[in-house]
Design a protein. Structure first.
Length: 408
């Protein structure tokens, strides 16, 4: 691996580490209450993180995926939910800034909103009926052209920080589209007529992301809400995979690191009655700590390499394969690490007062977060073998004549 970390990226990592120390003081309470960590979002805004992946020429930080990966790993150690939900903002801003399909005026307007006005933007593409396993490509949500704007109808799922974001970016299908793959990206503010948030988020892990559902009933947005319309949205989403979903991988890595560090301190500090040495000296403990270290270092290398490849080569097949490889391995490694940490922590780790219990639950989301583990390895195999998706049978019988699985 030829990449290296620059001084500027190290400085960003240190800034994120300082923020994470503050986030950690509130993480347990926000998890218990499934409450929005609004203080953390304000701190990220004040630290200039909202504009991290906006180009420098537009006033942003110009940070690539490797820089964010270093920062995300640190932020997640303080509060995994904050890191995951805030990444939703970067995950939709980044592709808009990187894509040549997005007009310069739109990029400038979005940059002004984020940097000049401090707007927090959520992303909401998923729907209650979609499945990450088969990579459901197109939304059921519809946008109808009317005088002065659009009327949007549909139901969206997993809308992280929907209750506090200044705008949510939604994916909708134009009613007048001739192409079956056409889609639009629209910004919807909280006060848009016809928008309703459905408070359904009561989950195992990542509770403070507040990823509730949103219902749009003939919701009106003006013309300027449209950021992009594409006749075939799949290439745009595939080219933006680094931010659309690759940017979540280091968040889960950070949760695994937090669990590893916590259990190391635990076993070094616990000496059972009747013994003179702490649990760290037990051979089984040493072996399992060694295995966790290997898992996390391998996961970190894959994550950093895929991010560096994205920054240097762009959306090539090799980059896409590396992103899938990293997402798969991090999900598997982090669930192993947090499970082992819970085991080493013993019965005490089962209590809600133990951070290991929260890390274990948050890490359980990693293999499920899109793209899920089986989608990752299936698509990775197709890329490694150089297969054309059009020549591969779909995993389920489609309702359209097109064949081949979705790759995004």
């Amino acid at each position: 691996m030829e990449f290296h970390v620059t001084p500027a990226q190290r400085e960003l990592q240190e800034r994120a580490r300082c923020l994470a120390a503050d986030f950690a003081t509130r993480a347990a309470q926000h998890d218990r209450d499934a409450s929005d960590p609004v203080e953390n979002y304000a701190a990220l805004r004040d630290a200039g993180f909202y504009g991290l992946n906006i180009p420098a020429e537009l006033g942003g930080g110009g940070v690539g995926l490797l820089g964010w990966s270093l920062a995300a790993e640190e932020l997640a150690q303080g509060c995994g939910s904050t890191a995951l939900s805030f990444n939703m903002h970067l995950s939709v801003v980044g592709p808009m800034m990187d894509s040549p399909l997005v007009p310069s005026a739109t990029k400038e307007r979005l940059a002004k909103m984020v940097i000049g006005e401090g707007k927090l933007i959520g992303g909401n593409f998923s729907e209650p009926t979609t499945s990450g396993l088969v990579g459901t490509p197109l939304p059921l949500t519809r946008a109808r052209r009317v005088d002065g704007g659009y009327r949007v109808t549909g139901r969206k799922a997993f809308a992280s920080m929907i209750g506090v974001a200044d705008y949510v970016m939604v994916l909708a299908r134009p009613d007048d589209a001739a192409s079956g793959a056409a889609a639009m990206f629209l910004l919807i503010p909280p006060d848009a007529p016809g928008r309703r948030v459905d408070l359904v988020w009561d989950t195992l892990g990542m509770r403070a992301t507040r990823s509730d559902f949103m219902t749009l009933e003939d919701c009106f947005v003006p013309d300027e809400a449209l950021l992009l319309r594409a006749d075939d949205v799949l290439p745009f989403r595939r080219d933006g995979a680094n931010w659309f979903w690759g940017s979540y991988t280091p968040v889960y890595l950070g949760i695994g690191v937090a669990a590893y560090r916590a259990i190391c301190e635990n076993v070094k500090g616990r000496t059972p009655p009747g013994f003179t040495q702490p649990l760290a000296y037990h051979p089984d403990v040493r072996r399992q700590v060694g295995e966790m270290s290997v898992d996390l270092e391998a996961a970190r290398r894959l994550t950093h390499y895929s991010a560096w490849l994205s920054d240097t080569e762009g959306p090539t097949p090799a980059t896409l394969a590396a992103l899938y490889r990293a997402k798969y391995f991090v999900g598997e490694a982090v669930t192993r690490v947090t499970r082992t940490a819970m085991t080493l922590g013993g019965a005490h780790a089962l209590f809600k007062s133990s951070p290991l219990e929260r890390f274990f639950r948050d890490a359980a989301v990693a293999p499920v977060q899109f793209p899920p583990r089986d989608f990752c390895v299936s698509t990775l195999g197709m890329l490694e073998l150089g297969l054309d998706p059009g020549d591969v049978l779909p995993p389920l019988r489609p309702d359209r004549p097109e064949t081949g699985p979705v790759v995004r």
